[in-house]
Design a protein around this ligand. Structure first.
Ligand code: AMP
Ligand code: MG
Length: 402
C-alpha cells in the first residue's frame, strides 16, 4: 500500500464527490407512489384542514356550560332541536340555551355548540336528552384548521416522504407530487476471478457479491441501479462497458480493480477517457478508492473487498447521491449507544468499524474487509475520526444502522 502516497482525507474526498454531483432532476409521481421519494417543491395547505369544527364522537352537540355538574343521578336535561347530517353543513342549525342536536362522528358542529357528548353518556326521553356527564369547552371536537391552516407550508423540499405524508398530501388537495428523479447508477463488476451468482465457482473463482449488494443498497436509498455484469481485467473490456453505461447513467460505480497494481485497470481507463480526481482516501476499510469523471459524469472505482466497497458507498458515494436527490438530511438511521470494548484505530485515517447493537451497547465485530459475514452479523457502523487513536470502552458512539 506504500504506492498510495497521496491519500486525501474523507472530508476532502466528500467535497470532491459532492462537487461533481450532476444536477438533480425532478419528476411528478402519483401521491400513492410517493413514499420513500424526496420532495422537490413546497407543499402548501390549500384549505383549512379540517375545513370546519367537527365532532369526533357519535352523540350530541352541546353548549358545554349547559352540562356543568351533570351526573348519573342528576342529569342535565337538554332539548334536542335537530340532527346533523353527515357531509352537509346546515347553516340554519344553531343552539339556544339548553339545546342540543344529534351529531355523528365527523359531523359539522352546529352554530354556538362548543363540545360533543358521547351517546354512551346520554339517554333519550322523547325530545329531551338526559346528559349524564359534563363536557368542557372543546371536548370531543376538532377545531377548524387544527391540523393545518390554509396557506401553511406543510412540507418543504428535501423531505423524504413517508406513507403518512401521502395522506397529508391528499388532504392538501394533491393527487400528484413533484419529487427528485431517482439517480440512475450503473454498476460494473470487474475481475477475472468473478462469476455470477448462478454459476458454481471453479478453482480460484468467487461469485460477484458486490454488484447485487451495491444495487440493493442503492434501490433502498432511492436510486435506480443498473447492472452491467462482470468485465475482465482488460482495458478494452472496461472501455466498452463504460461507453455503453455512460449515456444511460448519471453515475458509474466500478467495483474492483481500483488499487495501484499493474492488473488494476480502473484508474488508467478513467484517466484515458476523462480525469482521475482522487486515488486513495484515508479511510479504512476502503483506501484504494478512485473518484473521477468521464464526460462530466462521476465515475467511482470502489475496492473489490465487499466490506470496503460497502463502506465507501456509504461514506463517499452517498453524499453525492444526497446532493442529487436534494436531501435535507441523509437517509441514514442512527442510534446513540456506548462502546462495549476498546477499539484500536490508526491515527491519520478514518475508520469504520462494524458493530452489533445489543442492550444499549455497541459490540465491535473485528473482521477482515474481504469477508461478508461481519456485514450481516452487524447492525451498523461506527466512525472513528482520523484524529483518534482508538476509542475506549464506555465512550458514547453513534451507530449508523444498516
Ligand atoms: P480488487 O479490488 O479487484 O483487487 O479485489 C480485491 C478482492 O475483492 C479480491 O479478493 C477480489 O476477488 C474480491 N472481489 C472483487 N470484486 C468482487 C465482487 N464483485 N464480489 C466479491 N468479491 C470481489
Ligand atoms: Mg480485481
Amino acid at each position: 500500500m506504500s504506492r498510495f502516497l497521496n491519500v486525501i482525507s474523507v472530508a476532502e474526498a466528500v467535497v470532491v464527490a459532492e462537487r461533481i454531483a450532476p444536477a438533480g432532476r425532478t419528476e411528478t409521481v402519483p401521491v400513492e407512489q410517493s413514499a420513500g421519494r424526496v420532495l422537490a417543491s413546497d407543499v402548501v395547505a390549500d384549505t383549512d384542514i379540517p375545513g370546519f369544527d367537527r365532532s369526533v364522537v357519535d352523540g350530541y352537540a352541546v353548549r358545554s356550560a349547559d352540562t356543568a355538574g351533570a351526573s348519573d343521578s342528576i342529569p342535565a336535561l337538554i332539548q334536542c332541536v335537530g340532527r346533523v347530517v353527515m357531509g352537509k353543513h346546515d347553516t340554519n342549525l344553531s343552539l339556544g340555551n339548553t339545546e342540543c342536536t344529534y351529531i355523528p362522528t365527523g359531523g359539522v358542529l352546529p352554530d354556538r355548540a362548543d363540545a360533543a357528548v358521547m351517546v354512551e353518556y346520554t339517554e333519550e326521553a322523547g325530545e329531551t336528552i338526559l346528559i349524564k356527564k359534563p363536557v368542557s369547552h372543546g371536548e370531543n371536537v376538532l377545531l377548524r384548521d387544527e391540523d393545518f391552516k390554509k396557506g401553511e407550508t406543510v412540507f418543504r423540499p428535501g423531505r423524504r416522504l413517508t406513507p403518512q405524508d401521502a395522506g397529508v398530501l391528499a388532504a392538501c388537495g394533491r393527487a400528484t407530487v413533484m419529487v427528485a428523479r431517482k439517480p440512475v447508477v450503473g454498476i460494473i463488476s470487474t475481475g477475472n476471478e468473478l462469476v455470477p451468482a448462478i454459476l458454481v465457482p471453479g478453482p480460484g473463482q468467487v461469485r460477484d457479491a458486490n454488484a447485487p449488494m451495491l444495487a440493493a443498497w442503492l434501490s433502498e436509498y432511492g436510486c435506480e441501479p443498473r447492472l452491467y455484469g462482470i468485465v475482465r481485467d482488460e482495458r478494452e473490456a472496461f472501455e466498452t462497458v463504460i461507453a455503453r453505461a455512460l449515456p444511460e447513467c448519471d453515475i458509474i460505480l466500478l467495483s474492483g480493480g481500483s488499487s495501484k497494481d499493474d492488473r488494476d485497470m480502473t484508474a488508467a481507463v478513467i484517466a484515458g477517457k476523462g480525469t482521475v480526481l482522487v486515488h486513495g482516501i484515508a479511510i479504512a476499510p476502503g483506501k484504494p478508492t478512485i473518484i473521477g469523471k468521464i464526460e462530466e459524469k462521476p465515475v467511482f472505482g470502489l475496492p473489490g473487498h465487499p466490506a470496503s466497497a460497502f463502506v465507501v458507498l456509504i461514506a463517499i458515494v452517498r453524499p453525492l447521491l444526497d446532493r442529487m436527490l436534494g436531501l435535507e438530511l441523509p437517509l441514514l438511521r442512527t442510534v446513540k449507544v456506548t462502546l462495549a470494548e476498546n477499539i484500536p484505530s490508526q491515527r491519520g485515517r478514518e475508520e469504520y468499524v462494524r458493530v452489533r447493537v445489543e442492550n444499549g451497547v455497541a459490540v465491535p465485530l473485528f473482521g477482515k474487509s474481504g469477508l461478508l459475514n461481519t456485514l450481516v452479523k452487524s447492525d451498523g457502523l461506527i466512525r472513528i475520526p482520523a484524529g483518534y487513536e482508538g476509542l475506549e470502552k464506555g465512550t458514547g458512539v453513534e451507530v449508523i444502522l444498516w
